[in-house]
Design a protein around this ligand. Structure first.
Ligand code: TYD
Ligand code: MG
Length: 452
């Protein structure tokens, strides 16, 4: 019988490789591949017979699982309408972004709704967590607290206590005594997550795993456990901004791409129920280089301001600095403007930014990006009461995007009175806006900035 050999795993993305290499082919990370002992060596001998597992039909009489609401609407929406019992949730994010704060507040809210909650901290002492709870005004909530990193002890405690929700902060500090690897290594993180997820399913306890995103290969990132859990949430935010966005990247019980918006205050995280108003704050004067994009984040329309600055460059290859948008997409838009409308950006530095620190990934933002770029280049302001959206194809044509009416309604609600959208956009009811439909980018340039 051949001895199971060690495998090589990328500590950033979890991809497995046959042999060690300096660079991971899957995620492109350098020096992230580590050697680890095999997790399972499979059945002892192929001759041994297994036990047949019970199979069932797809038809079901079981009602949908009852969801527990936390009372924090922004959190409940991202979870797909509340916490599903016996589900496993991963909350990832950069260190210091506010994961522990969010989850302590969530635990307290669930506890106030009558759920039995356990908070296990592997990073901080119980006294530190209590001090934070005091600062957040949560000391009256009946959350049981533990400070431990030994997973065997944690599982025994969970089994005895049987809470409805257990929070493990963080998965990278947990260790199993039967695995010979340091806490935070790929094998420990994966085995600990596997134990906790299996426990959640078997005993009906919802578990939340906190995972730090890591840039270096020293400790395994949350990507290693993404496929094991039901729901993956990332807590993001730009450094220097107080806004934090909780984004569902994967959700077996609800829509992915849903976002919840929070603000970090002295008293913890506060909900931002109307993010559009927040991302559009301080826009009274018409300013060149600014365009308002009516976007959709998950199931909700969100308006954001796209800002551009175009200035003569002294560099041989001019700067293209893009924050909050996909830079490849921006290069494409610049190329289409040059090739189809004859508006070159050669010799010009281009800076693009989404105000408020939001990340916009929808192709529907193309028209707003083009609008901001042209407005900055021509030094002509777009009317401040206008929203833009639409996808730009390589031919320069504008393509309609989904949920046109939702976008227009949100704009109308926030006091906008005009919209520029692609031709053939689906608009049936009254939207309260003057809507201009454009077939292509050339028509848009002619209409907004005079003959291109
Ligand atoms: P924390 O929840 O510890 O982050 P993580 O668990 O993701 O590492 O949050 C740490 C930061 O949040 C810290 O820099 C201080 C800030 N913070 C506030 O601004 N207000 C507060 O009420 C709290 C508790 C933290
Ligand atoms: Mg923390």
């Amino acid at each position: 019988m051949s001895k199971a050999s060690n495998s090589f795993t990328c500590s950033a993305c979890g991809a497995s490789h046959r042999k060690w290499a300096g660079k991971c082919d899957a995620c492109g990370g350098w020096n992230t591949i580590v050697e680890e002992a095999p997790l399972s060596t499979g059945p002892k001998s192929l001759g041994a017979k297994g036990r047949p597992i019970p199979l069932s039909d797809l038809a079901t009489e079981e009602p949908a699982p009852p969801r527990a609401s936390s009372g924090i609407d922004e959190l409940d929406r991202v979870l797909g309408g509340g916490l599903v019992p016996a589900s496993a949730i991963l909350v990832g994010g950069d260190p210091g972004i506010g994961k522990s704060t969010l989850l302590l507040q969530a635990a307290a809210s669930f506890a106030r709704k009558g759920l039995k909650c356990l908070y296990i901290s592997g990073e901080e002492a119980a006294a530190q967590v209590r001090m934070r709870a005091q600062r957040l005004g949560l000391t009256d909530a009946r959350v049981r607290l533990g400070a431990e990193t030994n997973l065997r002890d944690i599982l025994t405690t969970l089994d005895a206590e049987r809470p409805a929700l257990a929070i493990i902060d963080s998965i990278q500090t947990m260790w199993l005594d039967q695995i010979e690897a340091a806490p935070g290594s790929v094998s420990q993180v994966r085995a600990a997550a596997h134990e906790l997820v299996t426990f959640a399913k078997r005993k009906g306890v919802a578990v939340v795993l906190v995972g730090h995103v890591t840039k270096d290969g020293q400790i395994a990132g949350p990507r290693v456990v993404e496929h094991m859990v039901d729901t993956v949430l990332y807590f993001e935010g730009e450094r220097g901004h107080q806004f934090r966005i909780l984004r569902a990247v994967k959700n077996r019980f609800g829509p992915a791409d849903e976002i919840g918006v929070f603000e970090m205050t002295g008293g913890g995280l506060a909900q931002v129920p109307n993010p559009s108003a927040l991302f559009l704050a301080n826009r009274d004067q018409p300013a060149p280089g600014s365009a308002v994009f009516a976007g959709i984040e998950g199931t909700r329309p969100v308006l954001t301001e796209i800002q551009a600055l175009v200035a003569p460059s002294t560099l041989a290859s001019p700067r293209r600095t893009v924050v909050g948008l996909d830079s490849g997409r921006v290069s494409t838009i610049l190329a289409v403007l040059e090739a189809r409308c004859g508006i070159p950006f050669t010799g010009l530095d281009v800076f693009l930014n989404v105000a408020g620190g939001l990340r916009v990934s929808e192709p529907a933002s193309d028209l707003a990006v083009a609008g901001a770029l042209l407005s900055a280049r021509e030094d002509v302001a777009i009317p401040p009461d206008m929203v833009l959206f639409g996808e730009i194809s390589l031919s320069g044509a504008l393509r309609p995007v989904g949920q046109t009416e939702n976008r227009l309604k949100e704009a109308s609600k926030l006091g906008f009175s005009q919209a520029t959208v692609p031709s053939h956009s689906k608009i049936e009811g009254a939207t309260g806006l003057t809507v201009r439909q454009m077939p292509d980018l050339t028509a848009f340039v002619g209409e907004m900035f005079g003959a291109g």
